[in-house]
Design a protein around this ligand. Structure first.
Ligand code: UD1
Ligand code: CA
Length: 471
């Protein structure tokens, strides 16, 4: 993917706009597509360009946008500069000028255009070549609202002469279907010079970045258009409807990419990936599943309908039945080979299931390790527990792991049988091979192979007459 160029690349991301049509308290560039803020998509793409730096121009909601960008995990050096007030795209990029070195090529992107591909930008940068002004363009059947690519002059009359904004365009210019995407690559030194010369003498009274084109032409710098035919890559988001449309289009592409790798999706239109999904061979995923964070699915894994699965590794042959919720968050979750989970199971951070473990309906597992073949099939809770091989953990049983202040460990050794509706009050150890009678509240550790029962003794009164209702 990453081609290297004989010059440094710096990225400018315009993200100062308000996004009025989103009707949100949050700035537009923080709205999420596939679970990731729009502006972060743009920075992720910039990182794939091996860019030297990125300058994000903030304005509306800057106090919300900047903390999100200036985090340690960011793959490239990001600086934020503020644009207040917002006097147009040219004015926006002017704010970045002091932060830009002279020796680079500047790639200008928009924080609300999330799906541009790195290889497209690499091609654009190559067209710039460190000396030309390269514009990313596309033909639209309905170009209303966009800046038009005006060509003329030169030998073939096809040289780019200017970008004319829709509102400033003549009727004849409005017939032009080739539009400016909002993305350009330009030598920094030239850009700085041209930005110093633009004005706001236009219909909108704004400083147009697009006016650099006519200045380039006047300076004898050639302007090249890199035209693509994939509208998704230049699609901007202005409204909830556009956000949802782009989400679906993006999800469909992700679904197709997975299917091309052999993953069998029951319905690519009912699939959502908000992170990274790595699948081995013969993985099958039923409808309406959501994958988040980092998820790995081993060979032959089957995911039933309506599962939400995040930050988790599922080993070969495991089956996740419908309506299961798994989120490993920071600790992760692992599901062993051939394990069966769900339906209606919940695996929380630190759940580590060994091979052939069974977790059934309405069972919650948190920060617990279950060894090979352990089973908790119905209505149970395991928190902060270590469970040995072949343990059978009865319906309705729970570990009482929290005393109101601290969490404590429960250890259930191999081959233990916990009856139904038991409470294991941690810290406590159930010795190997032991049995706990149903309904027991266990507060003391038990010996291996012992039967432990801790409940009120049953009494039965023979021939007992129930009271009669008074007349
Ligand atoms: C711009 C282009 C137009 C192109 C279109 C593609 C200009 C003058 N016109 O038009 O040729 O076809 O994009 O979508 O550049 N922004 C700021 N500060 C400002 C103004 C805008 O940061 O003062 C940001 C916006 O938040 C947005 C981006 O710049 O992310 C583009 O601004 P927008 O108002 O959408 O530009 P358009 O008028 O659509
Ligand atoms: Ca726009």
């Amino acid at each position: 993917m990453s081609m290297s160029h004989p010059f440094p690349v710096d990225v400018v991301v315009m993200a100062a706009g308000k996004g009025t049509r989103m009707k949100s308290r949050w700035p537009k560039v923080l709205q999420r597509l596939a679970g990731v803020p729009l502006v972060q998509h743009v920075l992720n793409t910039a990182a794939q360009l091996n860019a030297r730096s990125a300058v994000v121009i903030t304005g509306h909601g800057a106090d919300q946008v900047e903390p999100l960008l200036l985090v340690p995990g960011q793959a490239l050096a990001v600086r934020c500069v503020r644009q207040e007030p917002q006097l147009g795209t040219g004015h926006a990029v002017q704010q970045a000028v002091p932060a830009l070195a002279d020796d680079g090529v500047v790639v200008i992107l928009s924080g609300d255009v999330p799906l541009t591909q790195a290889d497209t930008l690499q091609a654009l940068i190559a067209q710039c070549g460190g000396q030309h002004l390269a514009l990313l363009t596309i033909d639209f059947a309905d170009p209303t609202g966009y800046g038009r690519i005006v060509r003329g002059g030169g030998g073939d009359g096809q040289k780019v002469q200017a970008i004319v904004e829709h509102k400033d365009a003549t009727d004849a210019q409005r017939q032009i279907q080739e539009v400016y995407s909002g993305i350009m690559a330009v030598p920094a030194k030239r850009l700085k010079n041209w930005l110093g010369r633009i004005d706001n003498q236009n219909v909108q009274g704004e400083y147009y970045l697009t006016d650099v084109v006519k200045l380039a032409v006047a300076d004898g710098v050639s302007v090249v258009a890199h035209k693509i035919d994939d509208p998704l890559q230049v699609a901007g988001i202005n409204s909830p409807v556009q956000l949802a449309e782009l989400e679906r289009a993006h999800q469909l592409r992700q679904a197709h990419r997975l299917m091309e790798q052999g993953v069998r999706l029951k319905d690519p239109a009912r699939f959502d990936l908000r992170g990274q999904l790595d699948c081995a061979q013969d993985v099958e995923i039923d409808v309406n599943c959501i994958f988040e964070g980092r998820v790995e699915l081993g060979e032959g894994v089957k995911i039933g309908a309506n599962c939400v699965i995040a930050n988790c590794a599922i080993a070969a042959g495991a089956v996740i039945h419908p309506f299961t919720h798994i989120d490993g968050e920071k600790l992760g979750v692992s599901v062993g080979e051939g394990a069966l989970v769900g339906p209606f199971a919940r695996l929380r951070p630190g759940a580590q299931l060994g091979a052939e473990v069974h977790i059934g309906n309405f069972v919650e597992v948190k920060n617990s390790t279950l060894a090979k073949g352990a089973k908790a099939n119905h209505l149970a809770y395991l928190g902060d527990a270590t469970v040995g091989e072949r343990v059978n953990y009865g319906a309705g049983s729970i570990t009482a792991n929290y005393d109101g202040a601290n969490k404590h460990q429960t250890i259930i050794e191999a081959d233990v049988h916990i009856g139904s509706n038991c409470v294991l009050v941690a810290p406590v150890t159930i010795g190997a091979g032991g049995t706990v009678g149903g309904g027991s509240t266990i507060t003391k550790s038990t010996e291996p192979s012992a039967l432990s029962v801790a409940r009120g003794k049953q009494i039965s009164i023979a021939n007992w007459a129930r009271p009669n209702k008074k007349k």
